[in-house]
Design a binder for this molecule. Structure first.
Ligand code: ATP
Ligand code: MN
Length: 148
């Protein structure tokens, strides 16, 4: 298996932070590129663009800034040329799986949970939906507080 393109879907939760840390370490070993992807639901996108003076381009730029900060904090050694920051609109699991399939992703690294989930449930719905939709290997990370 070659790992040349790693996808890290982020919802800016501590789980995504951990996924970035893991991806960064794999990136170094395999000299892969890393795409960080945030999916806005159509409702979120509409709400954000409905605010005055907030065209779509600004919304994307602001989210990309937040992603760049997340990368800087969790994967400072990742070289900028090897990182893509992507923002798309749709159903999160569907868009993550579609992006991975269409862009030659070799490995998806994501959290077992995210911003909204209940700890009692094994996997969040986005992770579950990605695993269901794709044959690309998915590495799920948990215990953001447990990584040394
Ligand atoms: P649920 O959303 O089902 O209530 P949850 O929030 O705990 O539960 P998920 O949403 O499945 O769990 O999140 C698991 C992982 O999926 C996150 O750590 C993140 O990697 C990814 N993820 C979740 N939402 C998004 C999103 N909107 N865009 C990109 N990645 C996401
Ligand atoms: Mn969620």
């Amino acid at each position: 298996m070659t790992i040349k393109h790693i996808l890290v879907p982020t919802d800016f939760s501590p789980f995504s932070d951990l996924a970035l840390r893991v991806a960064s370490s794999l990136q170094e070993k395999f000299n892969a590129k890393v795409t960080v992807l945030h999916v806005l639901t159509p409702l979120e996108a509409d709400t954000l663009t409905a605010q005055p003076g907030n065209p779509w381009e600004n919304v994307v730029l602001r989210i990309q800034n937040t992603m760049a900060e997340e990368v800087e904090k969790n994967a400072p050694s990742l070289s900028k040329e090897l990182v893509n920051l992507e923002v798309v609109v749709g159903e999160p699991a569907e868009e993550i799986a579609r992006f991975a399939e269409e862009n030659g992703v070799d490995l998806i690294v994501m959290g077992t949970h995210g911003r909204t989930g209940l700890a009692g449930i094994l996997l969040g719905s986005v992770t579950m939906g990605v695993i269901r939709r794709t044959c690309i290997p998915v590495m799920v990370v948990k215990c953001p507080e447990g990584l040394k």
